[in-house]
Design a protein around this ligand. Structure first.
Ligand code: CA
Ligand code: CA
Length: 327
């Protein structure tokens, strides 16, 4: 009997701890949300276990480097609100025991905000909330905040040669391809963003972090006669472009070497015989056609014709050719 009594006493002592004071205390809770730099997000401020209050003044604590408070929108609590940097409320009908969301905080995430969690909380001092008897009512505060997501772009550059020196950069979508090509060979001076790159197993991975959402042109370049590749990209969230192949000028049969078979296949294509052209994906095809047009460096001619074949044959034979003009 004594043991049972002791057990009961122990249980009774533990019980108030187990049920948790937090859930029973008057509490103001700020919700959590997600947004990207430049985006907007709304957080709800809620009351729970409200014992009855008649007035309050709330200040808000948040990272002003990353968040801009655009608007405070009251709801649910009858009375008069004034909102600016802070918010103050006076009941029009005595003590209110309202529970639930009573304010919406609308934030804009600054364009240059670092990704990660930006806490948002309510700053309360004793007396900031009172009841009809003008007694201060203490509320616990549960912080919320904004998870600032980052836009990113990743991919892998591949070619037949080891890739330790390929560069990737993002440009405005209206930038002409020709200018981008010049610029990326000159170090991407006009690029909006330059990628971090890392070589891995004969390929090179690139990544852009903390981008602004939007449309871009991605330019990829490797020195040594590789065709500059320019792709339109839409950035919304994190985008992985997968493997992007770089093609070598004159390397029609794609193996990283310019040889007789490259000249032969190009000849077949020009006269309309079946050839290596048309054997790959449409994207590969477009790259191959561009890489085959080596004569463009001497005469700017966009067409594939015998002059291109001739230049490849001259290069193979060790004669002067447009290959010396290829960046
Ligand atoms: Ca080849
Ligand atoms: Ca040509």
């Amino acid at each position: 009997m004594k043991q049972i009594l002791l057990l009961f006493l122990a249980f009774a002592l533990l019980c108030p701890l187990n049920t948790g004071y937090a859930a029973q205390d008057p509490t103001i809770t700020v919700s959590q949300g997600e947004a990207v730099p430049g985006g907007q997000v709304s957080l709800a401020v809620s009351l729970s276990e409200n014992p009855g209050i008649v007035g309050m003044t709330l200040n808000f604590d948040y990272d002003r480097q990353r968040l801009e408070l655009l608007q405070i929108t009251p709801e649910g609590l009858d009375g008069t609100w004034y909102t600016a940097e802070a918010a103050t409320w006076a009941s029009s009908s005595g003590d209110s025991a309202y529970n639930g969301s009573f304010l919406t905080l609308t934030f804009r995430v600054r364009e240059d905000a670092q990704p990660g969690f930006a806490p948002v909380s309510v700053k309360l001092e004793s007396g900031d909330i009172c009841n009809n008897a003008l007694e201060p009512v203490d509320f616990a505060v549960v912080s919320g905040g904004v998870e600032i997501a980052a836009h990113g772009l990743t991919g892998t550059i591949a070619s037949w040669n080891s890739l330790c020196d390929a560069a990737a950069a993002l440009y405005a979508p209206e930038k002409p391809d020709g200018e981008i090509e010049q610029d990326i060979r000159g170090g991407g001076k006009d690029a909006l963003y330059a990628a971090d790159t890392a070589a891995a197993e004969g390929r090179q991975q690139f990544s852009f972090r903390n981008l602004k959402a939007g449309s871009y042109k991605l330019a990829i370049c490797k020195p040594g006669g590789y065709v500059v590749k320019i792709l339109p990209v839409e950035i919304e969230g994190t985008v992985d472009l997968g493997v992007i192949k770089l093609w070598l000028y004159g390397d029609v049969v794609y193996d990283g070497v310019i040889q007789e078979s490259d000249a032969q296949q190009l000849q077949r294509y020009i006269v309309g015989e079946p050839s290596v052209f048309g054997s790959g994906s449409p994207e590969d095809e477009a790259d191959r056609l561009k890489a085959a047009n080596v004569g463009i460096f001497s005469d700017g001619d966009e067409e594939l014709e015998s002059g291109d074949v001739l230049q490849i044959r001259r290069y193979i034979a060790g004669l002067p050719s447009v290959f010396s003009l290829i960046p």
